[in-house]
Unconditional design. Structure first.
Length: 553
């Protein structure tokens, strides 16, 4: 299918019209929650301070705090937050498969640590908590020492469309690049005008459109980018010049949404939920500040013919005409604020609740029992569960899939594959594409706390019944399965878990050793018995002999 620049530009313009209804709202949210972030509407001067109209920082602090909490709970750089497994549960129990999966997970984690992933997703989380929609572009890094590069894109660049399943599968990104940057990336593939500008005016800017969408005539078996599953077209908008047409095996953009309403493509956020309260609180705080300033430093009243050299500084001296009623007096503005601190505090609490501040605050375990702590965590996870589920589906799953796809075709300086080669049993049974992700982040572990509690309660109850005269109930409990389920829910590394066959062999060896020991003890006991019998026989014989000698005498 021949791709036309005019058609793609026209389609992007239609997406822009659909998105325009959101832009004013997004700008309001950014103004009140992330005032120094680049605007959606209009242009900003570098270094411009846009926070001068903010009189209360509750919303901005809550946004930053929630973004940091998401980073810590879902993708904590200081801990392992995901494990790779095959889609075949039986294979996952094989020792050689476990070793390969552990090595695979470590390589993927190492490459992400070497990249700019953790700095990029912080921007993504800020977008999610403020405007409700984030965008992350994932590509192979041009640096030979790195394999992955991530870029969080501002919402003003992004125009999206969903497929019939409600998943975003089309992203059109409109942005600016200098002629110098264009030449660095694409060389002589850019238009002749841009090539000339790269020499004469390297900092002149050009509008670029990156179009990414499913290719109708894709050939999954082909290695050609032009036949890949997702088309990639880079266009200079003004000249309608197609710089490059290529493709991706996996979608290079992930566009998670905090939550969305039916029929909407873009997400909604905690900030949007309480935007009215945020604006009201800002106005209330502004009014309180102005009223407080008037009370502390009220306007002054002077006669209409005026005074000269009025000194309003502390300890200052101002002169008035002696013998007259002319005075310099403050204007009585009252000493009661039209808005109480209680009203302001209520607004702040409403905004904080929308940002899950109560659920995310540190639990004071010193004043709570273990059961109370678990109950509190379960309640918090129940409230945050729907949002986390959406983020795992629209963000983390697509992220790991894209990273694996890039690394699968990456090689080190020696020409060796970056990823470890799968064992033969995996290649014969599944192939390398049938992988899934298991999340073991603090949030994921907390969500499985209920399952762990259920197992512990059941085992403890059965043990109690067995101790009260019903030992047969333990026949219903598979302790090995319970132990492995708890290890799985807790995210225990495979390195410390023995293979089931190794456990069976160890138990067999232990049983044989116990059996041999019992036989040895039995033989020893038999030998002692024989020795005792022999001694008794000797004693009887000697007694008879002595008796005979006595009779003879």
């Amino acid at each position: 299918m021949k791709i036309e620049a005019d058609e793609l530009i026209s389609y992007q313009e239609s997406l822009s019209e659909d998105r325009s209804i959101w832009e004013r709202t997004w700008q309001d949210i950014i103004d009140y929650t992330l005032p120094n972030r680049a605007p959606v509407i209009g242009e900003d001067s570098p270094g411009q301070d846009r926070s001068i109209d903010i009189y209360d920082s509750t919303a901005s602090n809550s946004t930053v705090r929630l973004a940091a909490a998401l980073n810590s709970m879902l993708t904590n750089p200081q801990s392992q937050w995901f494990l790779l497994e095959t889609t075949n549960e039986a294979l996952n129990k094989e020792s050689e498969v476990k070793i390969w999966l552990d090595a695979l997970t470590k390589v993927v984690r190492k490459q992400m640590d070497l990249s700019n992933f953790y700095s990029a997703i912080h921007e993504l989380y800020l977008d999610l908590c403020s405007i409700g929609t984030g965008t992350l572009y994932m590509e192979q890094d041009a640096d030979p020492d790195k394999e992955l590069n991530f870029s969080a894109r501002h919402i003003r660049e992004i125009f999206v469309a969903e497929n019939h399943q409600g998943r975003i599968d089309q992203v059109f990104r409109k942005f600016k690049m200098t002629a110098r940057q264009m030449q660095q990336r694409w060389g002589n593939l850019i238009s002749s005008d841009a090539q000339a500008a790269a020499i004469s005016e390297p900092n002149s800017e050009y509008e670029i459109l990156h179009c990414c969408f499913p290719r109708e005539d894709a050939n999954p078996t082909s290695a050609l980018p032009e036949e890949a599953r997702f088309a990639s077209v880079w266009i200079e908008i003004d000249s309608r010049h197609i710089i490059r047409e290529g493709g991706y095996r996996t979608f290079p953009y992930t566009v998670p949404r905090w939550f969305k309403s039916t029929g909407e493509k873009y997400g909604r956020s905690p900030a949007l939920t309480v935007l009215g309260d945020i604006k009201s609180l800002n106005d209330m705080t502004k009014t309180m500040m102005r009223t407080g300033q008037k009370v502390a430093d009220p306007p002054i009243m002077v006669p209409d013919d005026g005074f000269f050299n009025i000194d309003t500084d502390p300890g200052g001296i101002s002169y008035y005409r002696s013998g007259t009623n002319d005075r310099i007096v403050p204007l009585d503005v009252g000493n009661r604020l039209p808005i109480t601190f209680q009203q302001v505090q209520e607004k702040r609490e409403q905004i904080a609740d929308a940002y899950f501040t109560t659920q995310l605050q540190i639990i004071d375990k010193s004043r709570m029992t273990a059961e109370e702590v678990r109950a509190r965590m379960n309640e918090n996870m129940r409230i945050l569960g729907p949002t986390i589920g959406r983020l795992q589906d629209e963000f983390l799953d697509m992220l790991i899939t894209r990273v694996l796809d890039i690394l699968r075709f990456s090689f080190d300086r020696m020409g060796q594959p970056i990823l470890p080669i799968p064992p033969e049993i995996v290649m014969q049974t599944l192939g390398t594409n049938d992988l899934k992700v298991r999340y073991i982040s603090p949030m994921s572990k907390a969500q499985k706390t209920t399952d762990i509690q259920s197992i512990n309660y059941y085992v403890a109850t059965m043990s109690s019944w067995a101790g009260n005269g019903f030992p047969q109930v333990l026949d219903n409990v598979d302790i090995d399965d319970a132990a492995r389920l708890i290890a799985d829910f807790s995210g225990v590394p495979n390195e410390i878990l023995k293979d089931e066959r190794a456990v069976a062999a160890q138990r067999k060896q232990r049983a044989e050793e116990a059996q041999n020991k019992a036989k040895q003890e039995q033989r020893a006991a038999g030998a002692d018995q024989m020795a005792s019998v022999g001694g008794a026989v000797r004693d009887i014989s000697e007694a008879q002999q002595l008796r005979g000698e006595a009779n003879a005498a």
